[in-house]
Write a protein that binds this ligand. Sequence first.
Ligand SMILES: Cc1cc2nc3c(=O)[nH]c(=O)nc-3n(C[C@H](O)[C@H](O)[C@H](O)COP(=O)(O)OP(=O)(O)OC[C@H]3O[C@@H](n4cnc5c(N)ncnc54)[C@H](O)[C@@H]3O)c2cc1C
Length: 486
Amino acid sequence: MFSESGFSESSVSIVGAGPTGLTLAIELQRRGVPHRIFEASPGPFAGSRGKGLQPRTLEVLDDLGVLDRFLAHGCDYPAMLAHLPDGRTQEWRMGELHPPTPEVPHPNTLMVPQWRTGQLLLERLTELGGRVEFGAAVTGLDNTTITLSTGEQVHADYVVGCDGGRSTIRKLLGATFEGETHDVERMLIADVRLEGLDREHWHIWPATPGLRLGLCPLPGTDDYQLTAPGATLDELESLLPPGVELTHVGWTSEYRASSRMVSRFRHGDVFLAGDAAHVHPPTGGQGLNTGIQDAYNLGWKLATGDSALLDTYDAERLPVAAAVLGISTRLLRTPSVDRDDPALRQLTLSYRDGPLAGPTLPGPVQSGDRAPDAPCGSLRLFDAFRGPHETLLAFDVPDSALPADTRELHVRRIVRPGAPSGPRALVDLAGHAHRAYGADDPALIHIRPDGYVRSITRPDLQTAHHGRAPWVMTRTAGGSARPSAG
Ligand SMILES: Cc1cc2nc3c(=O)[nH]c(=O)nc-3n(C[C@H](O)[C@H](O)[C@H](O)COP(=O)(O)OP(=O)(O)OC[C@H]3O[C@@H](n4cnc5c(N)ncnc54)[C@H](O)[C@@H]3O)c2cc1C
């Protein structure tokens, strides 16, 4: 769209179509927010790079309506098989496989090569009517006007730099990127095809100390992801043990792990997300997941255009990125750290201490926490949450006692078997929903569009923010934004 000034216009310019930018584009597209997404590369990314999707990311993908495709193309992490110098082998698991529970339907990390993640997100964006402008590198930034390599200038209300660890937007903003590059941790990573190895294990050849070579079979392909610390591409073939024959080399990268992050994600109406804002060592498989969740946090806030609400992106995501960076770096330095730490699965991540956490009540779930799933008859709570809306869960509250003005909130009454139901009722047959939310007494639980709890109140004390959730913000004396009770 071109304005009279000769600039083309969009409401949001997204720079970079990696997992972060694509997630943000889907979030905006499904809310009808005009945007353009610019990608410097001529086509989609081809490498397996970030291959671990954490349980919380799987829940985000469920909300975006694309989880089934990921499950069809991915698999659980295989057992590790160490090939020891004396010819013996030793098998173990990097982390236990957890059984699904009513609250956590997808408890394990799903292995999906990053190129497939990009492909499936792009497919979802396309079917929603969006598109990526490939071969369009952003070279300049003046407030919220960007310049493309084609010479075109695009004015937008907001710019989001999702342009990876070497982010042009971050550099053009002059934002600092504090941290360190781990010189000792140079790594060759390559997608290869081989003969002579089974595909049931992630094979490793240990060195003292650490690892000489790793070969991980990638689901849905004939490829293995090869990782070799300290090696170069020239050495690739010589790294392979006797009996293993290289038949094809695809994407390759010589990579150095870094731990760095910016001190602010918001710079006026320009935002940074994903690797552009924080880069992690690959240990623990956190980087791509944190980027997707940055975009998921920012998307619905951008759609409101509420500046005080947009401030909460920084307030909520900066501490998360810092914590995740700490975990990945600790794992890099101390490989014996527990890889089954629930924090790695990103399910314990909470915005409890953030500016949007509203009134709450004592119980297993507090305002700011992830809203757990639960089966309710033939439906699940995640079915009720799926989509861009907010949800009001009314536990044992009759229709007549619901807040009068719930406007665009999706209201779901959660009732016990035998209680009067109705069209908006979900029958909690086995009591899982009541248990998960600690709803022994009637309660109103307001769920944000991104699946975190906004408020928990009693129906007779309606201090919560029901209605269409205008997300009106007020400033506290300390300067942090808090939602008003409007
Ligand atoms: C060896 C390795 C293993 C990893 N393993 C995992 C893992 O298991 N789990 C995990 O979560 N993460 C993992 N990661 C990290 C993960 O790959 C990244 O965190 C992830 O790619 C970040 O996504 P992003 O969209 O923020 O950035 P990117 O994927 O880097 O995407 C940025 C995009 O912006 C484009 N771009 C750059 N500059 C411009 C410009 N000026 N204009 C327009 N477009 C531009 C780029 O071409 C690119 O497509 C791993 C990384 C490595 C290297």
